[in-house]
Design a protein around this ligand. Structure first.
Ligand code: ACM
Length: 265
């Protein structure tokens, strides 16, 4: 199936949810696609200094102002969106991403592998890696940022049938964008890594993010890539069926040729 996929790279304002929702709405205005991915913690920024700060911007995944905006846009633009947010669930806060569909369904993934100080603010995700139906029932897997360095994340999603992996990110280390070429190739899956740009400054701390959001095909080909600073939506047309064929040569099926009896658990 022909399918239009996009990434929306931008610089969130730290702790200013209203400004970030307005910016995403502006950037996404009139962008016609089947699926668009936004960054990790897109509504809040990243570099927190206290649990109170994280608590102040966290929201319910289904009934918060971020899901409300995306439900409206999903209906209006007939687009599925994946967007990262701090999710409040009773007394726990997760670093989550929601899939919001034009039919008004919402699905949640909670980040499995927390990075650096995230371990101070967030509870490790308890959802595991699941496949969700995006628009037109395309099989979508979600992982968040640092999940990339554990090949099991993309592998599990692919073994479960993902045609596309949505990968909201706030990347600071230099390796992910190139490494994702291998993740796409070794699983023969489309990957949409949507990173943020700019810098967060919070009292005496600062952190810079690497941009270079990208759309990769199942051979690891870069179909689209933004630069380090651009705040922009970029869209590519893919053929989702390409991710169903796991043959890397006529004699080698990436999944059927696995020898899991020799792999370490
Ligand atoms: C990261 O997981 N945000 C690096």
């Amino acid at each position: 199936m022909k399918y239009r996929v996009g990434i929306c790279q931008f610089k969130p304002e730290l702790l200013d949810v209203r400004a970030n929702l307005d910016k995403m709405e502006q950037l996404l205005y009139n962008k016609k696609a089947d699926l668009i991915v936004l960054p990790e913690l897109a509504n809040s920024g990243y570099l927190f200094n206290s649990s109170d700060e994280v608590y102040s911007i966290a929201e319910n995944a289904f009934r918060g102002i971020t899901s409300q905006l995306f439900l409206n846009m999903a209906k209006q633009n007939n687009t599925s969106y994946v967007v990262g947010l701090a999710e409040k669930d009773e007394d726990k806060i997760f670093n989550s991403a929601i899939l919001v569909n034009p039919d008004q369904s919402i699905f949640v993934y909670r980040k499995t592998h927390l990075f650096l100080e995230e371990k101070l603010w967030f509870t490790p995700g308890n959802t595991g890696f699941n496949i969700f139906p995006a628009k037109k029932d395309v099989k979508l897997g979600i992982m968040i940022c640092f999940d990339w360095i554990f090949p099991e994340s993309a592998r599990t999603l692919s073994l479960k049938g993902a045609q596309i992996i949505a990968h909201p990110a706030n990347l600071v280390l230099p390796w992910c964008q190139q490494a994702m070429i291998t993740r796409s190739l070794e699983n023969r899956v489309f990957t949409l890594t949507c990173n943020r740009t700019g810098k967060d400054i919070n009292v005496d701390k600062q952190m810079s993010f690497t941009g270079m959001s990208q759309i990769l095909d199942p051979e690891g080909k870069i179909m689209a890539r933004l630069d380090q600073e651009e705040e922009k939506v970029i869209i590519a047309e893919i053929e989702t069926d390409n991710a169903l064929d796991k043959n890397i040569t006529p004699a080698n099926d990436l999944f059927k040729d696995r020898r899991s009896e020799f792999y370490q658990k």
